[in-house]
Design a protein around this ligand. Structure first.
Ligand SMILES: [Fe+2]
Length: 133
C-alpha cells in the first residue's frame, strides 16, 4: 500500500486549509494501513466513517472561507465537493454491502479523489484566498 505524503507540492499556501489536508492525508494512510493489516471490518468501517465525516467538515470550512472572501468560483467548487462526498459514500456503501471488503481500485480511487481535488480546485482557491485574506 502506497503511503501518501503531505509535502509542499500539496500546499495551497493557506495554513488552516493545509492543516486540514494533512489530517485527511493521515486518515487516508490509516485506512490503507488497516486494509493492508487486514484489520476487522468494524475497524475499517470506523476509519472510513471518520475519513468521510472529516472531509465533510473540511469542505464546509473551505466553503465558509470562500463565502467570506467572495470567491467567484464558490458554486463550481461546492459542486465538486458534493460530487466527491457522493463518490466516497458510494465506496462506503459498497464496502458495507460486500461484508467489509474494499478493493485496491477503491483505494486508488480515494487517493485520486483526495490529491486530484487538492491539486486542482483547492490550489486555485488558495491562490485567490492568499491575496485577500
Ligand atoms: Fe476544496
Amino acid at each position: 500500500m502506497k503511503v501518501l505524503i503531505w509535502d509542499e507540492s500539496l500546499s495551497v499556501q493557506i495554513q488552516e486549509i493545509d492543516d486540514d489536508h494533512r489530517k485527511l492525508v493521515d486518515l487516508f494512510n490509516i485506512l490503507g494501513q488497516s486494509i493492508e493489516e487486514e484489520s476487522s471490518s468494524d475497524y475499517i468501517e470506523a476509519v472510513l466513517e471518520e475519513l468521510i465525516s472529516c472531509t465533510d467538515w473540511h469542505f464546509k470550512h473551505e466553503e465558509r472561507l470562500m463565502l467570506k472572501y467572495g470567491y467567484q468560483g464558490l458554486v463550481a467548487h461546492k459542486a465538486e465537493h458534493q460530487e466527491l462526498i457522493n463518490s466516497a459514500k458510494a465506496v462506503q456503501q459498497k464496502f458495507l454491502q460486500q461484508n467489509g471488503m474494499i478493493s485496491n481500485e477503491d483505494i486508488a480511487f480515494l487517493e485520486q479523489w483526495l490529491t486530484g481535488h487538492i491539486l486542482g480546485a483547492d490550489i486555485e482557491m488558495g491562490s485567490y484566498l492568499g491575496e485577500v485574506m
